[in-house]
Ligand binder design. Structure first.
Ligand SMILES: [Fe+2]
Length: 276
């Protein structure tokens, strides 16, 4: 499995605070069946001022430690990017990393306040050739009252990431019901752990994936959320070459508008070749 959302890098945000915890998190992920993990610390000025160069350096250090400890986990770069008007500039200037250098990046809306012009900002990213992967909508306090905006964002071409622990019930009833609603309506693209540590929010994917498989009565689709689609992100595949989310699998007329991304040329699929 591939986990594209974790706060495993030590002391960069509110996730792991030391190397020992990061190594323990890596061991938990590997034991759960994860082979690749994106390091996605918060970028949320003025609280967390992370940038691509610093994240890359910390990731290389942790990868060296993993290799030295013979923990078979491959790290890739990313960030958990708070949604604000400066994000586009950071992406274009290269201070905000996308997931493994692809066109996809994690975009975290505010937890407690609806984002002004949410769909307008999503549209701007899509028009610029990026694919925002909206993180854990089910855990946002304004999710239910603005549900149609998230559906519309998915129809426009944004991807949705729900939290494995939320489907499994570790974030309470409201988050679980929100995740189930989005799953059953077919707008979920990927499942990730959003791991912050070893006890409260560990890097586990399988329990969420299994809960999704049961809910949907569709193990293949649940598998896609932790394998095929995250792999496609790492390989920078265009979204129309990937199995679409359930809502778009049977209805051509309802497919997301992918015309904006057609001008992009996918980069060479070097990542997959590294791990053959
Ligand atoms: Fe996160």
């Amino acid at each position: 499995m591939i986990d594209l959302h974790s706060h495993i890098l030590p002391a960069l945000c509110d996730g792991s605070q030391d190397l020992e915890t990061s190594l323990a998190m890596a061991r938990i992920a590997v034991a759960d069946g994860t082979t690749h993990l994106a390091c996605t610390p918060h970028i949320n000025p003025p609280i967390y001022h992370n940038h691509k160069a610093g994240i890359a350096a910390a990731m290389e250090q942790l990868q060296a430690e993993l290799d030295a400890h013979q923990i078979p986990l491959r790290l890739v770069i990313g960030a958990d990017v708070n949604m604000n008007p400066d994000v586009m500039r950071g992406l274009k200037q290269g201070t905000i990393p996308t997931l493994n250098g692809s066109r996809y990046f994690l975009l975290e809306p505010s937890h407690h306040v609806p984002v002004p012009d949410f769909l307008g900002q999503i549209e701007n990213f899509l028009n610029a050739g990026y694919i925002p992967v909206v993180t854990h909508p089910e855990r946002l306090s304004w999710f239910n009252s603005h549900y149609e905006e998230f559906v519309e964002a998915a129809k426009m071409g944004a991807w949705m990431q729900i939290t494995a622990g939320a489907i499994a019930g570790h974030f309470g009833k409201t988050a679980k019901q929100g995740a189930e609603r989005l799953l059953l309506d077919g707008y979920v693209h990927i499942i990730a752990s959003d791991a912050h540590g070893i006890k409260q929010r560990p890097p586990l994917l399988s329990e969420g994936m299994e809960a999704a498989a049961k809910l949907l009565n569709n193990p293949d689709e649940a598998q896609r959320m932790v394998t095929e689609r995250p792999q496609a992100i790492l390989d920078n595949m265009p979204p129309d070459s990937v199995t679409p989310a359930l809502a778009f699998q049977h209805s051509v007329g309802n497919a997301p508008d992918l015309s904006r991304t057609e001008q992009l040329t996918p980069t060479k699929s070097w990542f997959r070749s590294l791990f053959r």
